[in-house]
Design a binder for this molecule. Structure first.
Ligand SMILES: [Zn+2]
Ligand SMILES: [Zn+2]
Length: 142
């Protein structure tokens, strides 16, 4: 009984963390945030709780084909921009009609069921850094 209560308290805190800033986090990050607060917490607990939140529809698991999963609090339709250079993930709140149009097109034309849309590219910061590097004279130091 006590175990059950403690577990859901951890889960509440995890959800709170996810909701705080619309952030995208890894289980490791969550674990680092809460390990002092819950000394008995393990990384396994964090994964289990995150997955329960996903099952309950309160959180999303974003695979993105990377080696680790990224989690976020579930909220109404947005899609993600993922930078292929630095791996930054940004929420894109496109107008709902735009998203529905794209979802519907994919579903009717292709017969796929769309859960989420992700867009890949080079983020503003990385694009700026790349153009700075290209513009800079080659100052090779010998
Ligand atoms: Zn980037
Ligand atoms: Zn998101």
């Amino acid at each position: 009984m006590a175990t059950k209560l403690r577990k859901s308290k951890q889960r509440d805190r995890i959800l709170e963390l996810l909701q705080s800033d619309h952030i995208h986090v890894t289980a490791n990050w969550v674990y680092d945030q809460l390990r002092n607060e819950f000394p008995t917490l393990s990384l396994g607990n964090v994964y289990r709780n995150l997955n329960i939140l996903v099952e309950q529809g309160l959180a999303n698991r974003l695979g993105f084909g990377s080696t680790f999963d990224v989690y976020e609090a579930n909220r109404e339709g947005h899609f993600h921009f993922i930078c292929d250079v630095c791996g930054a993930i940004e929420d894109i709140d496109a107008p709902v009609e735009q998203r529905q149009l794209m979802h519907r097109w994919i579903e009717t034309e292709r017969g796929h069921q769309v859960s989420t849309v992700e867009v890949h590219g080079t983020c503003r910061a990385c694009a700026a850094a790349a153009s700075r590097a290209a513009a800079a004279p080659h100052a090779d130091v010998s």
